[in-house]
Design a protein around this ligand. Structure first.
Ligand code: OKP
Ligand code: ZN
Length: 336
């Protein structure tokens, strides 16, 4: 299988995040990337597709903000990571903001998405990796893997959130549609609900979005991922949410996976974009499912049995010491 990455993805290194009321080291750390890269035996350098495919998903003002935010933070005399503290949840509208603090709140859904000096370049190249993996699949590979970091599935068209800035899965899915690759389904198996991906395609009948995740009643992102969210308008029925309780093990997980893959098959997908997170692992420090390393091989095998050309993009997974092995085991399973 062809794998894609870019060295600048390591340069995204926020120092800390707010976790249950305390400042703690940023969980989505460069070491994750190094571990995956090492366990996979390296990867090709992504090729540059420019800003076009990013702007097919994301608002131009938002993209400009991401590019400039850290510079504006420094220009305002601030130290460390740029992070917002005021969020326009009431009648959000496209005002012209001046202060970096106003911008940070306006373009984000939470305070777990700090912007450091290397953030824009890393997010840009993370998305280019997803587009490079799409190229490989378009050229006839059965599947390809993008070592996306930062991840993408919490980011919407005009907001960041949950360690995510650009929605890599959505960018690949939109580009696949634009290239005439047929009906595209996105399957999200990260522990957390992919609210940004869901939001981007919520009213779209062209992209099916299925997600298996921790019940938002107990887990981030709380406000989305409930089973009654099924899409809207022409997209009604093209969103499928399968929330599962904390403690879910492989037996119960496999049933949800079969349901998701069955729905994707019934919908008539021609290709798959897989948002793969390894934070369903029992040892994950911020998550509460109970999958073991070997279960990732089983997960890969089941997804392969769907028989769809697949672009795999990396999302979360925070048990750093096991992350490389878990990802490599998954890729081994899906390649069988
Ligand atoms: C990203 B992905 C607690 C604050 C909120 C955000 C979790 C983002 C998960 N540390 N944490 O879906 O793995
Ligand atoms: Zn996650």
């Amino acid at each position: 299988m062809r794998l894609f990455h870019h060295p600048l993805q390591s340069e995204h290194a926020p120092e800390r995040e707010l976790h249950n009321g305390d400042w703690v080291p940023f969980a989505e750390c460069p070491e994750r990337f190094a571990q995956i890269l090492a366990a996979c035996g390296g990867a090709e350098v992504a090729s540059d597709h420019g800003a076009g495919p990013i702007l097919s998903v994301h608002d131009a003002g938002y993209v400009r903000f991401l590019e400039q935010a850290h510079g504006e933070w420094v220009a305002a005399g601030r130290k460390g990571d740029a992070i917002g503290y005021t969020f326009p949840v009431v009648r959000r509208r496209p005002l012209e903001f001046d202060r970096i603090d106003a911008k940070l709140g306006a373009w984000s859904m939470d305070a777990s998405t700090p912007i450091a000096s290397g953030t824009w370049n890393a997010a840009y190249w993370s998305a280019q990796g997803a587009l490079s993996a799409l190229d490989a699949v378009a050229a006839g590979e059965r599947r390809a893997f993008a070592l996306c970091r930062p991840p993408g599935h919490h980011a919407g068209a005009d907001y960041m959130g949950g360690y995510c800035y650009l929605n890599n899965a959505a960018i690949a899915a939109r580009a696949a549609g634009d290239r005439g690759m047929g009906r595209v389904a996105i399957l999200d198996v990260d522990y957390h609900h992919g609210n940004g991906t869901q939001d981007i395609f919520y009213a779209s009948p062209d992209v099916f979005f299925a997600s298996i995740h921790a019940d938002p009643v107990t887990d981030y992102p709380f406000y989305w991922g409930h089973a009654d969210e099924r899409g809207e308008g022409e997209g009604e029925g093209s969103t499928l949410n399968l929330p599962l309780p904390r403690g879910t093990d492989w037996t119960a997980y496999a049933q949800a996976l079969d349901a998701a893959l069955g729905a994707i098959g019934e919908w008539g997908a021609d290709m798959l974009v897989l948002s793969f997170g390894a934070d369903t692992f029992a040892g994950d420090p911020i998550s509460s499912f109970a999958l073991q390393t070997d279960d990732f091989a089983r997960m890969g095998e089941r997804i392969a049995q769907a028989g769809l050309p697949t672009v795999i993009v990396m999302e979360g997974g925070y048990a750093v010491d096991d992350l490389g092995t878990n990802v490599a085991t998954f890729l081994d399973g899906i390649s069988r």
